[in-house]
Design a protein around this ligand. Sequence first.
Ligand code: NAD
Ligand code: DAU
Length: 365
Amino acid sequence: MKHCILVTGGAGFIGSNFVLDWLAQSQQSVINLDKLSYAGNLQNLASLQGDARHVFVHGDIGDSDLVAKLLSTHQPRAVVNFAAESHVDRSIHGPEAFVQNNIVGTFRLLEAVRSYWQTMDVEGRAAFRFLHVSTDEVYGSLAPDEPAFTEQHPFEPNSPYSASKAASDHLVRAWHHTYGLPVLTTNCSNNYGPLHFPEKLIPLVIVNALALKPLPVYGDGQQIRDWLYVKDHCSAIRRVLQAGRVGETYNIGGWNEQANLSIVRTICELLDRMAPRADGKPYQEQITFVTDRPGHDRRYAIDARKVEQELGWKPQETFESGIAKTVQWYLDNQDWVAHVQSGAYRDWVHTQYGAAIAQGQAGAA
Ligand code: NAD
Ligand code: DAU
């Protein structure tokens, strides 16, 4: 398939938004490799059913033979690596999956890609890119008065999740330095938007509020995150892939620091207007302070000047516009939420795609 790209983790939150946006703007096909962990949901890509430009492959980035076969069959001009375990709380309860998928998985993917890249002609090798999607959490936690993370900030990861992402970032860097693999790394702040799995703060609060359940706020709720609408993250990745300098890392963020409690209150106020409670009471009544996350990072903030000045990227959404769109999306897509919560999306993979996809064979979705 000429001029395609290989996307890993493209059935997850950011990956599926990326694949949908990519195919809305480009004629270049996408080979989408995803192991369909609990966070991978093919229903996110249902609108691509029958679109020959999207080839879904059920499999693991750590399966070297599968990845080698995909690379030699489809000859992608780039790999965009989203595949990872992504939830900090899960990493605290069970870190091993994070070591396996995020570190060992990235290592095996890099090795398979290196072998493929070495078979290319000079022109192909120069044009090829491996873009690794990473997080601001690798930089650790900021004091209230510290400047935002630049690309020069030392790595000080504090959770098993962020340590595993930091390790994968180091592997990517080393594969460039040692082997010359043309890599790019992006370190982005907290995303929010459509198709976000409701274990993360923003979708969890929307979904729980509508179900009249408690809205759990960890500790004092004054931890700060820097929120970016997912489509803006996707446009930044496209821009870095297009014009980023090989071997460089780019911080991506929306200059939008907010305390968790303020985020939760904003969502409650939006819901009071957009879907008022039947009893007329405010959703804020459901806010419940719960035990803090162990080792909870206090503050993240991204200095996005490099990607803005070097590559001319800017986010399109303000937090106000992005969060309103997000709440509306969840109101309009309560079936999606119900399927995710019941686990029915897993059955849907069988119903829609049959045993071949469910057992790991390649096929168009
Ligand atoms: P997600 O958990 O929603 O999706 C991850 C996807 O990767 C799932 O579809 C899962 O099935 C797949 N996957 C996991 N391990 C795999 C493996 N070994 N082989 C193949 N597929 C595998 O995560 P997300 O929030 O979409 O995050 C995507 C990437 O972006 C991650 O690398 C994450 O670290 C990074 N990131 C996320 C955020 C955020 O706010 N969500 C911010 C910055 C960076
Ligand atoms: O910063 C980028 C990172 O953002 C990504 O690398 C991660 O993949 C992504 O999951 C996200 O990590 P966070 O831990 O910041 O996201 P989460 O939505 O889990 O939590 C956001 C904040 O809200 C955090 O300070 C913890 C708090 N929180 C979270 C949950 C789930 C609560 O107070 N209550 C909750 O129930």
